[in-house]
Design a protein. Sequence first.
Length: 372
Amino acid sequence: MTTATSSAASAQAGTAPNATQPPRPGAPRYTRAQVLPALLESRILILDGAMGTMIQQYKLTEAQYRGERFADFAHDVKGNNELLSLTRADIIGEIHRKYLAAGADIIETNTFGATTIAQADYHMEHLADEMNRESARLAREACDAYSTPDKPRFAAGAIGPTPKTASISPDVNDPGARNVDFDQLREAYYAQAKSLLEGGVDLFLVETIFDTLNAKAALFAIDELFEDTGEVLPIMISGTVTDASGRILSGQTVEAFWNSLRHAQPLTFGLNCALGATLMRPYIAELAKLCNTYVSVYPNAGLPNPMSDTGFDETPDVTSGLLREFAQAGLVNLAGGCCGTTPEHIAQIAKALADVKPRRWPSQYRDAAHAS
C-alpha cells in the first residue's frame, strides 16, 4: 500500500496521526472520518468550489453528454451534469483533482441532482443509484490519490434539495397544492444516501436548502440509513438565503432554520449559494453566535453576470479577501466556494485562510461544555 493510499485509508477510518477528537458532549460516534472534528478544531478546513461552473468550461455538446451508452436515448440530456459521472468520468475525475491540487480538504461528489425526483426531469430516474455510486467512487479515488499523513482528504456525498418543494404550492391559485410529499422525498433521499455510502463517501452534505421540510426528509432518511447499516457518518448542513430578507425560500430566518435542524447534530452548519459573500456576511455572523457546532460558508463568486466567463463577477482575490475577513472576525470553521468559483478561487481561499484560527464555539456552549 502506498503512503498516500495508507493515509487516505486512515483518514476515512479516522485514525490520522497527531489528531485527537475534542470532547463534545452528546456528539455522535462516527464510523467514518472520525478525525474531522479534531481537524476543524485545529484549522479552518477548505471545501471545493463549483462543479457546474467547471463543467461549463468544457462546452460539452449533447452528443458528448450522451456518450456511446446513451447515443440513442429518446430524450435530450445536455445539462444533466450527474450523467457525466457515467459518460465522462474522466472530466469529473479531473475536476476533483484540480480542486484537491488547489488545497481542498473536502470535495463534493457530482450528485447534487442525483435523486430519482431530480432525474425524472431527464427521464433517467432509473440511473440515480448508479450515478451516486459511480460519483462516490470517483471522489473516493481522487481523495485517496491526494491524501497524505499531514493532510487527509475527504469525500462528501452531495445531497441537493431536488427541484420540488414540500412546503410551497406550485400553483398560485391553489395554496394547498403540492407536487411532492415528505415520504416521496424520504424514499428518494434514502436511496441516494445508501448508494453514496456504498460508493465510499466519508460524510454527507445536505446542501443549498431552500425548504426546511425537504431537508428534514433528507435528514430523516439518513438517520434511517444509519439505523439500518450501523454506520454513522458526519453530516454537514448548508442552507441558502435567497434574498435580502434574510430568509430561506420556505420562509425561515437563519435562527429558525438552525433551531429546526439542530436535532440532527450536524458536524457543520452554514450557508451557501444564492448571495455572494458580502451579502451573506450578516447571516453567517448570526449563525456564528447561535451554533453549538462548526460553521461553514461557501458563497457564490458574487452576484450573477451572464457576460462573465464563469457567470459571476468576483475574481479569486476578491472572494478570498472577503472570506479572510469572515475568518478574522471569528465566524467560520470551513470555507469554500459555490456557483462561479473555480480551483483558482479555492487556491486563493486556502492561502488566505491558512494562518487564521478557526471560529470557537460561542461562550454559552463553551461554558456548558467546561462545566460538564
